[in-house]
Design a protein around this ligand. Structure first.
Ligand code: CAA
Length: 253
């Protein structure tokens, strides 16, 4: 894979690990990193060697400390809107991706950092990580989905508490709220997330793609529509190589 100014990438046995890498700003995202992030997400879609993606932060302290405040300071309304839209477009592509994204939250996941993690399919955190939507302290609201994905993940009451107060929560509290799937000791985080990734690589690729599609697309439908959509997705799996192979394997033990 090509090299990037603001990211490190490593591909091993179908698992692409992408590290946000702007250590001078705790991996905060400027317009150039948003552009590069979009490029990586596009590459993931087209490279059949990539089965699962892990997002994490380079360095010991931070996943992503949000959008780059020094760059945002001078934004006008339209420029800010473009920047927010550019980030949101990348996050939509992650949700619509055919491949699973896992966030390994190794430290601060604040503002845009938490918003990136929330667009991933699965989230795991180091026991030392903290998360929050501190935009209120900057006189702005979240702009990369924090008012929406957070609300859907933890409910209105907790989302409002986090967005109104801007206070950070611990990894354990995030896990209790269902915001992260599990918490691991900091030095074991990447290996534990890699274990999950390896499990996913060994499972039927197209079926997982369809499962993600059913969950993501069904989420915005009415309950009846979503369940009917699910029947169509499940029906589509039948007759595919993976269904024949995996059912045969079960029946043959
Ligand atoms: N943007 C730009 N620079 C940042 C940054 C950010 N979001 N977060 C940290 N940095 C920089 C600091 O300015 C500092 O730079 P210098 O060494 O040049 O002074 C460096 O990273 C280290 O940071 P600290 O010295 O502050 O480290 P700390 O450990 O004392 O504190 C922190 C860490 C709690 C994360 C603190 O840096 C902080 O509060 N950062 C801002 C977090 C934030 O508000 N994020 C939301 C941004 S808005 C957003 O994301 C909108 C959206 O929805 C997309």
């Amino acid at each position: 894979m090509k090299t990037f100014e603001n990211f490190l990438t490593a591909l091993d046995a179908g698992i692409l690990t992408v590290s946000f890498n702007r250590p001078q700003a705790l991996n905060a995202m400027n317009a150039e990193s948003v552009r590069e992030f979009g490029e990586i997400v596009d590459l993931v879609e087209t490279d059949p060697a990539i089965r699962v993606v892990i997002l994490t932060g380079a360095g010991p302290k931070s996943f992503v400390a949000g959008a780059d405040i020094s760059r945002m300071q001078s934004f006008g309304a339209f420029e800010a809107r473009e920047f927010m839209l550019a980030g949101q477009k990348v996050l939509f592509r992650i949700e619509q991706s055919a491949k699973p994204y896992l966030a390994a939250i190794n430290g601060y996941a604040l503002g845009g950092g938490l918003e990136i993690a929330m667009a991933c399919d699965l989230r795991y955190a180091a026991d030392t990580a903290t998360m929050g939507q501190p935009e209120i302290f900057l006189g702005i609201t979240p702009g990369w989905g924090g008012t929406q994905r957070l609300t859907r993940l933890v409910g209105k009451g907790i989302a409002k508490e986090m967005v109104f107060t801007g206070e950070r929560i611990t990894a354990q509290r995030a896990c209790d709220l269902g915001l992260v799937n599990a918490v691991f000791p900091k030095d074991q985080l990447l290996e534990e997330v890699a274990k999950v990734a390896r499990k996913l690589v060994a499972l039927p690729r197209d079926t997982m793609k369809m499962a993600k599609h059913a969950i993501e697309t069904g989420y915005d439908m009415t309950n009846t529509e979503a369940n009917l959509f699910e029947t169509a997705i499940c029906g589509l799996c039948f007759g595919q190589d993976e269904q024949r192979e995996w059912m045969k394997k079960f029946l043959n033990k």
